[in-house]
Design a protein around this ligand. Sequence first.
Ligand SMILES: Cc1ncc(C[n+]2csc(CCOP(=O)(O)OP(=O)(O)O)c2C)c(N)n1
Ligand code: SF4
Length: 278
Amino acid sequence: MTYPTGNGYLKPGVLPHMWCAGCGIGTMLGAMLRSFEELGWSKTDTVVVTGIGCTGKLDDYLVTNALHTTHGRALAYATGIKAFNPRLHVVVVMGDGDGVTIGGNHFIHAARRNIDLTALVLNNLNYGMTGGQASATSPATSITSTTAYGNPEREFDICALAETAGANFVARANTWHGWELQQSITQALTRKGFSLVEVMSPCPTQFGRRNDMRQTQAMLHSLRDRSMPVDRFRALPPSERADRFPVGTLVDRDEPGFVERYAQVQQRAAARLEARPA
Ligand SMILES: Cc1ncc(C[n+]2csc(CCOP(=O)(O)OP(=O)(O)O)c2C)c(N)n1
Ligand code: SF4
């Protein structure tokens, strides 16, 4: 089997990777590399920004410009990079802890700003790296290392959050349906404004084994079985939606992104300066 090189984005000699057997992060990495390859992006024009966690380790496998940042703040660093040099393709890879738990505020404001970045949030329903603690996406009643008798909190719907905050493009995928995952990533990468792909992914080691999914593949199968193409999901009566989640493109709009709006601000400021009496 040949592994995608993503235009040479994959660091030579790094495989096999560090993630647990049955983890979905490697699948997301493969899909992202195939998308880079498909779009013909150059390594020098692409920056991958990560946070901290099992998902945050993804940049270790890349040859391109990569910035390994602090937990929950990847979007803040990425915003600085994009604002300083809008020519760059900036892709931000985070876990659900990074993206919407400790990083929730940065996430809301990146989407509100509609800053021209692509965020890939791997949602494995818990903090994988640090021992399986509950995150903001751990389902209500689920068992984690910090909710041994069931999670009393309700979970965030990451896609709904991005949509409400103002993101131009929002999609959800899972690591079982690899081709669809790659299609969603490619679409997200080509949109202006803030684009999000929520990647539903198994964490058999921390989440699966605590929630009646002890076999390595069980959580992956559960995510596969609960996924439903968005058109079919929306046709379901609300009473039948409970254990399902829609996958595919949920939002695709063409509002001006931050880069475009900021360029207009710069033009207005330059015109004002020029109009000043000498
Ligand atoms: C400010 C800060 N708080 C806490 C930690 C400890 N920490 C490291 S990784 C992590 C959880 C990562 O979870 P997630 O982002 O969901 O990624 P996963 O490991 O599941 O891929 C935590 C809490 C940290 N490194 N920095
Ligand atoms: S702990 Fe979970 S998220 Fe981390 S590598 Fe293992 S399976 Fe993947």
